[in-house]
Design a protein around this ligand. Structure first.
Ligand code: BG6
Length: 282
């Protein structure tokens, strides 16, 4: 499509009634509906015209997490990706997208030749987003990467994140590092921005009876972020009270860089699964 000045996107519909929407801009998944509920958060003020990274959904952070030589969170989330195909395979529907280096990326502070293939797979109750990153250059390169997943939650005050206990985190707000998470279920009550390193197993996001589990592949770390009222007020593309409806739980490899030799490929990604309990009507 692309009519009416809107950016191009592809909608996936799976057998079993789930759907997902992907903007080619940033290969950003902007909607995931499963069991009749929207599972991802996109701000009502998100820019959907290519003037800014999309505020919500699953922006792809590559090849740099956070600030650095490149613009914040790297260039992948603001490039137009190529849609290779989208097709049904049995119980799932699969889309493949690709990003390669171009004149702009080669002129950037990360000038390497690369290929990122992104596979989005939807079933009735799962969404998987897997990146295959290839070094197509003649020298080694290194990068950080992350799936900046914005979950829609019924109420942040009642939202819990499981699977982080025992791991060490860096608190970017307080400027502390190496604190051990003691809570089996992490809650938020203010602006939080934490990098949990080497998280061992499955992470869950729950609120009332709604629950999504996150399985990670080759993404060791998990970033937890909510801007709360004070940071929300500073963001032009985020409503002042929308922080109550979202939580970012972001699988990535950000504490250490990943290095690839020429020709080497790494696959990394997440599998999100709906695991609502009976009282999910909330
Ligand atoms: C998180 C970072 O991943 O993304 C935060 O840990 C940052 O520090 C947030 O504020 C949002 O970043 P941006 O560039 O999309 O506003």
């Amino acid at each position: 499509n692309g009519a009416g000045g809107t950016l191009e996107r592809v909608v996936l519909r799976s057998p079993g009634g789930a759907s997902a929407e992907i903007y080619l801009y940033g290969a950003t998944v902007t909607s995931w509906k499963s069991r009749g509920k929207e599972r991802l958060f996109v701000s009502a003020r998100a820019k959907l015209d290519g003037s800014k990274p999309i505020r919500g959904g699953i922006p792809l952070v590559f090849p740099q997490f956070g600030p650095g030589d490149l613009p914040q969170h790297g260039f992948a989330r603001t490039r137009r990706w190529t849609l290779l195909d989208a097709a049904e395979h049995g119980e799932s529907v699969v889309a493949h997208l690709e990003l390669r280096d171009d004149a702009d990326t080669r002129a950037s502070k990360w000038p390497y030749s690369f290929v990122v293939r992104y596979t989005v797979t939807l079933t009735a109750t799962t969404l998987s987003t897997i990146m295959k990153i290839e070094n197509a250059d003649v020298c080694e390169f290194s990068f950080t990467t992350l799936l900046h997943t914005y979950f829609r939650v019924p109420a942040i005050a009642e939202t819990t994140v499981g699977g982080l206990d025992g791991t060490l985190y860096t608190d970017k707000i307080r400027g502390t590092a190496g604190t051990r998470e003691e809570r089996a279920q992490v809650t938020m009550a203010g602006n939080e921005d934490r990098v949990y390193a080497d998280v061992p197993g499955i992470v869950t996001v729950g609120c009332g009876g709604q629950r999504v589990s996150i399985r990670r592949f080759n993404l060791k770390d998990v970033v937890l972020w909510n801007p709360w009222a004070e940071k929300a007020a500073e963001m032009s593309d985020f409503g002042d009270s929308e922080y109550t409806d979202m939580i970012c739980v972001e699988p990535g490899t950000v504490a250490d860089k990943i290095s690839l030799r020429p020709g080497q490929i790494i696959s990394c990604g997440q599998l999100l699964a709906v695991e609502d309990t009976a009282d999910a009507g909330l």
